[in-house]
Design a protein around this ligand. Sequence first.
Ligand SMILES: [Zn+2]
Length: 323
Amino acid sequence: MQSKRPELAQSETVDELPKACLSEPEAVAFFERKRWPDGCACPHCGSVGVYQMKGRDGERSKRYLWRCRDCSRQFTVRTGTIFEESLLPMHKWARAFWEASSCKNGVSALELSRKLQVSYKTALFMLHRLRFAMQTDHRTPPPMTGTVEADETFVGGRIRRPNLGSKVPAHQKQKTVVFGLVQRGGHARLMQIPNVTGSVLSSQLREHVARSAHLMTDAAPQYILPGREYLAHDSVRHFDGEYVRHGNRNIHSNTVEALFGRLKKSLTGTYMAVSVKHLHRYLAQTEWLWNTKGLNDGERVEALIRKADGKRMKYAEQVGNKT
Ligand SMILES: [Zn+2]
């Protein structure tokens, strides 16, 4: 996925997007082509015996309805997706998919609100749905192999009371811990963890990393024991100013640090300092953008439309999502 392209890859989708962002019929046709590249299928029963419904004037129905011959139910390109219950026109969604897929740190609600000329609240709702689509189920992918970098970072939460005299450093009490894993030359995973004790780190590593992997961490003592379960374990002593091992430039955890850098950029301008309730959405976004960085913008939009399929997000799930 990280192959270097000698020239800019041409994308049909990028050519189609500007039109889809301007007109509703174009936008609906665009999403239909991308969602059903092999021909439309009924989202209720899977049948391909479907037809476009027509209005009295013989033109396509104003609501862009389809009907299934097998189950007789009606549907549109929105049915069974993240925008099923959205009243926003599809051309605004086309623009949102494009924006969300073309910025490496993710687009902010404020930017999206300006570009789409929708309220901040609407932009935030759209982004919540898009981030929900980006989410990858960590239980399904195979464990990470090869050289795997692991590290943890603290995000959100301002330090209000320094808790002087407490054994746990104040920044750990007030902030949320994010654990990151990157397989070099491969995918990344980000997850929220309750604390940075050896047992928590160890169970995360066991769940996500194959025993045959070469583990790279910093010199935190919590990694010593779990590190013994792997084929090899190297660490760099960040507190001694060592970021790349002198004499062996392969020994570092700079890739996972770069991933954290992107996560923190995506959190800038949000109210994350106040609430980390919706942190998982930002983790999903950073992870997905990282894992698709070998794709061009058009391919990324297509991938996101496919991921949005089957991911219905009920309005009720969003109530209170004022991040
Ligand atoms: Zn059907």
